[in-house]
Ligand binder design. Structure first.
Ligand code: NAP
Length: 252
C-alpha cells in the first residue's frame, strides 16, 4: 500500500487500460497522475472519480511523442510527491495496411509514440527512482502486446514491431537498473475491449477475433489493470524483466 505521497504516473490514463489502472493505483494508495494527450474531459472524469472515492489524483496533459512535454509531465508529478511507479501505457495503432503500403509518416508516428515515448518516460522515471541518482526505487510497467510475438501480418506489422521493441526494452532496462531498486516489467495484452480498435478503423475487431482466443472471449481493461497493479506492487518483489501475457491464452 502506497502512503499517499507516493506518486504513480499513468501515461494515457484517461481511457481504456490506463483509466482502469489509474483507478486501481488510487485504491492502492498512490496519488495518481492521469496523463492524457487530447481528451481532457475523459482524464478529468477519471481524476474526479478517484477523488470522489477518497483518493488523490491530477489530470495532466502531456504528449509522449514530444520530449519537452514529457519532461513537463514529470516535473508536474514532482510537485505532487515522490514518483514510485510509472505505467508506460500510452500507445496507438493505425488503420489496417500491408508493409508495402506504409508511409514514412505513419511509421514515424507509430514508433515515436509507442517506442520513443516509452523510452523517454522511463528515462525521466529512472532519474527520479534510481538509488544511483539518490532515489528510493520504484517500478515501471510497460505495455506490450501479444502482437509482439504474433507479428500482426496484413494488419499492422509496424504496431507489432513497436511492441517487440518494448519487450526488448523491458528486458534491457530491467537488467540495467536491477541493482538500483527499480523493477521493470511488461504486459503483453491480448485483445482487450477498449476504444483502441475503433481508432484503428475496426470497432468490431474484438468481437470478430473472439473465436481465435483460446478462452473464447476478449479481455477487459480491468483484467489487465489488475495485473499491472500486481507487477507494480511489492507482491511482485522478485519479478523483473518479465513480459507477462494477459491474453486469454492467445500467443505463440
Ligand atoms: P485506448 O483506449 O485507445 O487509449 C489510449 C490512451 O493513450 C488514451 O488515454 C490516450 O489519451 C493516450 N494517448 C494516445 N496517444 C498519446 C500520446 N501521444 N501521449 C499521451 N497519451 C496518449 O488504448 P488501450 O486499448 O487502453 O491501450 C493502452 C495500451 O495497451 C497501448 O499501449 C496499447 O498498445 C496496449 N494494448 C492494447 C490492447 C487492446 O486490445 N486494447 C492490446 C495490446 C496492447 P487521450 O484520451 O487524450 O486520447
Amino acid at each position: 500500500m502506497a502512503n499517499g505521497r507516493e506518486v504513480a504516473i499513468v501515461t494515457g490514463g484517461s481511457r481504456g487500460i490506463g483509466a482502469a489502472t489509474s483507478l486501481l493505483l488510487a485504491k492502492a494508495g498512490y496519488l495518481v497522475v492521469v496523463n492524457y494527450v487530447s481528451n481532457k474531459p475523459a482524464a478529468e472524469k477519471i481524476a474526479a472519480q478517484i477523488m470522489h472515492d477518497g483518493g488523490r489524483a491530477a489530470a495532466v496533459q502531456g504528449d509522449v511523442a514530444n520530449e519537452d512535454s514529457i519532461v513537463q509531465l514529470f516535473n508536474a508529478a514532482d510537485r505532487l510527491g515522490t514518483l514510485k511507479t510509472l505505467v508506460n501505457n500510452a500507445g496507438v495503432v493505425d488503420v489496417k495496411a500491408r508493409v508495402d503500403e506504409m508511409s514514412a509518416e505513419r511509421l514515424a508516428r507509430m514508433f515515436t509514440i509507442n517506442i520513443m515515448g516509452s523510452f523517454l518516460c522511463a528515462r525521466e522515471a529512472v532519474k527520479r527512482m534510481s538509488t544511483r541518482h539518490g532515489g528510493s526505487g520504484g517500478a515501471i510497467v510497460n505495455m506490450s502486446s501479444a502482437a509482439a510475438t504474433l507479428g500482426a501480418p496484413g494488419q499492422y506489422v509496424d504496431y507489432a514491431a513497436s511492441k517487440g521493441a518494448i519487450d526488448t526494452f523491458t528486458i534491457g532496462l530491467a537488467r540495467e537498473v536491477a541493482r538500483e531498486g527499480i523493477r521493470v516489467n511488461a504486459i503483453r495484452a491480448g485483445i482487450i475491449d477498449t476504444e483502441i480498435h475503433a481508432s484503428g478503423g475496426e470497432p468490431e475487431r474484438a468481437a470478430q477475433l473472439r473465436g481465435q482466443i483460446p478462452m473464447q472471449r476478449e479481455g477487459t481493461a480491468q483484467e489487465v489493470a489488475e495485473t499491472i497493479i500486481w507487477l507494480a506492487s511489492g507482491k511482485a518483489s522478485y519479478v523483473t524483466g518479465a513480459c507477462l501475457s494477459v491474453s486469454g491464452g492467445r500467443s505463440v
